[in-house]
Ligand binder design. Structure first.
Ligand code: ADP
Ligand code: MG
Length: 617
């Protein structure tokens, strides 16, 4: 092998596809390639800063941590150089020739799902390094790893199917990317154009960026400045930079504390929840700094999981500068930090809910899911979070919501429990049989529409000392409501006989048949002997999961004051066959109302038999 051995490589198929889109797309904001390459340079410098804490032998150790950009309008080039960690030959192949990172993967996925028109998502997903090919006729990447023993290399490609790598002498540590511009992209070789782009996208980068020898960025940490000096636009610009975002933040919380820890923090709540767009779980993105120095851009132990939608920065002067990402995981200090920030954010949400209820409701519609996840999974914040939940209720008009606290303030003196019903939507709850008994007694019921609410209720269990009770629970204890005195109502012994007859007719699908305490307008109701499993079952079905389908017996309650039961009781003496059909149909109807009917096919043929007999009379 010669000293400078040249290797030719094909790009991985997915990269070819990506490059093809990037090169041929009509994406208009091509200038974002500057942002992407500066961001890579900044990442590489950041990594080097960390390595310096642990490694003794670093190649070219005296170099400053900075980014140097030069433009040459004669040669039509723009060059971006950093003194970061650099790449070895193998790393060049791995990092620039295969689709390893999530941004471009997600971009390709979006293209596959939405077609070429999604090409304007390039900016949103950050196709990273490959964005250079939007403007380049050729890209050369000179790199020398921080490791002493790895030779320098140059990687060359025109973005069509392949690239070459060659060893090269005299390379400094880090990476230098030389872009030869396409004829119609020459403006990126102009000092003034590039300066403007850097100011727009990269002014918050924490390392000096020099353009043709002159420092361009301001390198100030917004979160350390006093609130009164910062304009709204500056905050928004910072959010977009920090979160790589394109929306305006919905909320921002800029706060400082001196005790128990010294904290300066700037937290943004985005406008949208990306998990709603089917992009999977978002990664935590509140960066941890110590006196401006970035310790970890995505620490996953800094904030609780359910706050993963937050963006921004936490800076604490109390952290040891040399804290590593590993020791951070179980540092008591980080836990303390987490607690202070989480509490502060929840307090902020509580204040917002009071001050601007409509804006809060919008927030809750988008991010309420995360708060509910917190209630269900995080004991530490359960109580704080439960105060931030809003639900529709039987006493409010559609679209209006209430907190548990407001519900409690409306409770009757003798009422000890908070009632709720989980259902598809308001209409199905209101037309179902579970509400009427509570309504007849003047009791308020909360309406829950999301399956996560099931977990919220079963984990929360109570609020302000009041037990949370599901209205479709079999053993719901209700005080006697005034029962309408219907002529012909079945007496106790008639009811008993009818119940035992029904038991025999319905068979193994029923555990118990008895007279209902709660029914007013409906003839019958199906209840789960233990409320949890009925709801669980409904949820499993909603999630379309197999399994959990063990034979399921319900409690069937009938209303002895309802005309249907009165007639049925008579009919079973006169025409038992018809009475049986009616009994089974009533049971299935109740199962449908409960959302528990597995297989409706018997129901239809049975219905025809009943109609047939009804039509002959
Ligand atoms: P991302 O930055 O999201 O990982 P990119 O496409 O921008 O994706 O970069 C791909 C990879 O190439 C990076 O993860 C990094 O490992 C490597 N890389 C790119 N630019 C540099 C650089 N200037 N110095 C060192 N490594 C780099
Ligand atoms: Mg990148």
């Amino acid at each position: 092998m010669s000293a400078s051995h040249i290797e030719k490589h094909e790009f991985q198929a997915e990269i070819k596809q990506l490059l093809d889109i990037v090169i041929h797309s009509l994406y208009t904001d091509k200038e974002i390639f500057v942002r992407e390459l500066i961001s890579n340079a900044s990442d590489a410098l950041e990594k080097l800063r960390h390595l310096k804490l642990t490694e003794k032998e670093i190649f070219d150790d005296r170099l400053d941590l900075e980014v140097n950009i030069t433009t040459d309008d004669k040669a039509n080039t723009i060059t971006i150089q950093d003194f970061g960690i650099g790449m070895t030959r193998d790393e060049l192949v791995e990092n620039l020739g295969t689709i390893a990172h999530s941004g471009s993967k997600q971009f390709l996925k979006a293209i596959k799902e939405g077609g070429e028109k999604n090409a304007n998502l390039i900016g949103q997903f950050g196709v990273g390094f490959y964005s250079a090919f939007m403007v380049a006729s050729e890209v050369k990447v000179y790199s020398h790893s921080w490791r002493e023993d790895a030779p320098g290399c140059v990687w060359t490609s025109d973005g069509s199917g392949s690239y070459e790598i060659e060893d090269i002498e005299g390379q400094r540590r880090g990476t230098k990317i030389v872009i030869t511009l396409k004829d119609d992209e020459k403006n990126y070789a102009s000092d003034s154009t590039v300066k403007e782009i850097i100011k727009r996208y990269s002014s918050f980068v924490q390392f000096p960026i020099n353009l043709n020898g002159e420092k361009v960025n301001t390198v100030d940490a917004l979160w350390l400045r006093s609130k009164s000096e910062i304009k709204d636009e500056e905050y928004t610009e910072f959010y977009k930079f920090q979160a790589n975002a394109f929306d305006e933040p919905r909320y921002r919380l800029h706060f400082s504390a001196d005790a128990p820890l010294e904290i300066n923090s700037l937290l943004f709540t985005p406008k949208d929840n990306p998990e709603n767009f089917g992009l999977g779980r978002v990664e935590p993105a509140v960066a941890l700094h110590c006196r401006k120095i970035l310790i970890d851009p995505k620490p996953d132990k800094l904030l609780p999981e359910w706050l993963r939608f937050l963006k921004g920065v936490v800076d604490s002067a109390d952290l040891p500068l040399n804290i590593s990402r590993e020791t951070m995981q179980d540092s008591a200090l980080v836990q303390k930090l987490s607690r202070v920030i989480t509490k502060r954010y929840l307090k902020f949400l509580g204040e917002e809910a009071k001050k601007r209820p409509e804006a809060y409701q919008e927030f809750f519609d988008v991010f309420g899911y995360f708060l509910k996840e917190g209630v269900a999974t995080d004991f530490d914040y359960r109580e704080d979070l439960s105060k931030l939940l809003y639900y529709e209720s039987s006493v409010l008009e559609k679209g209006k919501t209430t907190t548990f606290a407001d519900y409690v303030s409306r409770m009757k003196e003798e009422q000890k429990e908070i009632y709720y019903i989980l259902g598809q939507n308001r209409e199905s709850i209101e037309s179902g049989p579970y509400l009427e008994g509570l309504k007849a007694r003047g009791l308020e019921v909360l309406f829950l529409y999301e399956s996560v609410d099931e977990f919220v209720m079963s984990n929360l269990r109570e609020f302000d000392g009041k037990t949370l009770v599901s209205a479709d629970q079999g053993d719901l204890k209700l005080d006697d409501a005034p029962k309408p005195d219907v002529e012909g109502s079945l007496d106790e012994s008639q009811t008993k006989k009818l119940c035992s007859w029904l038991r025999d007719v319905i068979g193994e699908r029923v555990q118990e048949v008895k007279a209902s305490e709660r029914l007013v307008d409906s003839p019958a109701i199906a209840l789960s002997p233990d409320a949890y499993s009925a709801q669980m079952r409904r949820m499993m079905r909603a999630m379309n999961k197999e399994g959990g389908e063990a034979p399921f017996k319900v409690q069937f309650e009938i209303n002895p004051r309802h005309q249907l039961m009165i007639n049925l009781n008579e009919q079973r003496e006169k025409n038992e066959d018809l009475a049986k059909l009616v009994a089974l149909q009533t049971f299935d109807n109740a199962m449908v109302a409960a959302g528990l009917l597995d297989d409706p096919k018997d129901m239809v043929s049975r219905m025809y038999s009943i109609l047939e007999q009804a039509a002959t009379k």
